[in-house]
Write a protein of this length. Sequence first.
Length: 147
Amino acid sequence: MVTRTADAEWRGSLKDGDGSVRLGSGAFEGRYSFGSRFEQATGTNPEELLGAAHAACFSMALSLVLGGAGLTPQRVSTTAAVDIRPDPGGGFSISGIHLTTEAEVPGADAKTFADCAQAAKSGCPLSKALAAVEITLDARLVESGKS
């Protein structure tokens, strides 16, 4: 088993405070605030970090599934759009995640690629962890050098 860590610290009230987040590996450290989460202020936010993690996990999962089908991708590029909405009774919830991926996979046909993309969406560890949220996928197979 592998355990990964990240740290976050918040200082102050919700609207006037600010925080910092740091990955245990040291690969990223950044600031976050109410403004960077719910407005357009500079900084990161939990949903953006979750989206980055999900996009990375899905891209690796798709590579794994394609490999199992005897295919090696030259490139898998994924964007995750994470929606956060107010709850009717107060607070907020993540209401959905939409994955958009584009891949260059020599020798792949459209059906095999689509099947592999759906299997990766289901099998990705972060998709499994986020099963309470609707996750949608648009997957596009492109010719090498034609993105």
